[in-house]
Design a protein around this ligand. Structure first.
Ligand SMILES: [Zn+2]
Length: 380
């Protein structure tokens, strides 16, 4: 790789650690330009959004008549999905089933948040528990593959379980916490955020580094859910947070006041594994700081100043001691000694593209989606 001069966007805090970033004459990055040109003009959280959400809600209620639950909501215990549950019940007038996947890494806070929400809103909860030996084997395979994508197994089983359950039980609507407000700047694929459901990629890594067969592990390929589930099975994915004003701090305060919900320091910290990956493994081993994308989203949506974001990103969210505790916890849970995890940490870094994958065909799909106006974020 050629050494490029370091540059940081003068509007957000994305920088050349994203090797494909480009800047215009003002020093603004392409995520910023895309936000103002493609996302903002098409994103309505005023009356237009409220009306659209009311129409969607009515359709879901109508289609769900006679059913015990009219839609599914994947819930993690984080702010995004918790707020979707609240909106579904109280603003959309729906009767959702909350669907949670226990991949073995739930923090106590997240388990507690989910139960407070379920009790507070009087909703039903279904929890799917992933077979731990299989989960562990796949996670270890990703560590051994030396790619930044070590949270792929977790993301893959979360979302595959949800879709499989929806198909099996004839759900037509899945509500997700996906949103522009906190995710309008998507993490670049090279920061370990490559599509978790590219099964060609997952299978290649597991074939090389796995030790036991995956018999029950929920794994749905990206093409199956993008095409078969959506167009043949007719499953619709709704992002309610894009139709209402979503100011994260305010929402966390609201959830705290109403349900005794506890906030996390940073996005995605509801899983102890994800906290370890984002605070320690990615920045220290690969130099990838995913908070740059998260905080840049907050800058663009006026939820944080650029100065504040620069201050936040200049130091870790958790202390050295907490990081060392997480290191030990993760090693132990994966049946590694600290020395073995350290050895993996020091191994030569690989790219997702060093393994078999379907990027070409997925890119083709993304291009079509962008042409149709169905995908407005920069994905690369
Ligand atoms: Zn920017």
């Amino acid at each position: 790789m050629s050494k490029v001069k370091y540059q940081i966007c003068s509007n957000c805090i994305m920088d050349t650690t994203d090797s494909n970033i480009t800047f215009d004459e003002r020093g603004w990055c392409d995520y910023c330009r895309n936000y103002y040109e493609n996302i903002l003009p098409n994103w309505h959280t005023d009356e237009r959004g409220a009306n659209a959400l009311a129409d969607i809600s009515e359709k879901i209620r109508k289609d769900g008549r006679g059913r015990r639950h009219d839609c599914l909501i994947g819930i993690s215990g984080g702010a995004d999905s918790s707020y979707v549950a609240l909106l579904a019940k109280e603003k959309m007038g729906l009767n959702p089933l909350l669907f949670h996947v226990d991949g073995g890494w739930n923090s106590e806070v997240s388990a507690n948040n989910i139960h407070r929400l379920v009790d507070g809103l009087g909703l039903d909860l279904y929890t799917e528990v992933i077979d731990w030996p299989e989960m562990k084997d796949l996670q270890l395979a990703f560590f051994k593959a030396q790619v930044a994508n070590v949270d792929t197994p977790q993301d893959l089983c979360f979302f595959s379980s949800l879709y499989k359950f929806a198909v099996k039980n004839n759900y037509k609507y899945i509500l997700t916490g996906g949103n522009y407000s906190t995710e309008c700047v998507r993490e670049p694929l090279e920061w370990g955020a490559y599509y978790q459901s590219d099964m060609r990629f997952v299978k290649d890594i597991h074939r090389r580094f796995g030790t036991i067969p995956l018999r029950t592990f929920p794994a749905t390929d990206i093409l199956k859910y993008k095409l078969y589930y959506r167009y043949v099975k007719g499953i619709k994915v709704i992002r309610p947070l894009d139709y209402v004003p979503y100011i994260k701090e305010d929402v966390m305060q609201l959830l705290t006041n109403r349900f005794g919900w506890q906030k996390y320091v940073q996005k995605h910290h509801e899983s102890r594994f994800t906290r370890f990956v984002e605070c320690f493994w990615l920045p220290r081993k690969f130099g990838f700081e995913r908070r740059r994308a998260h905080l840049s989203s907050l800058i663009l949506t006026n939820q944080m100043t650029r100065d504040e974001a620069l201050r936040r990103v200049s130091k870790p969210e958790i202390t050295e001691q907490e990081m060392m505790d997480d290191f030990e916890y993760v090693a132990k849970k994966l049946d590694l000694t600290k020395a073995q995890l350290q050895e993996l940490f020091e191994g030569k870094n690989m790219l997702f593209s060093d393994y078999k994958n379907k990027l070409f065909i997925i890119n083709l799909g993304t291009t079509v989606m962008r042409l149709l106006g169905l995908e407005k974020r920069v994905i690369r």
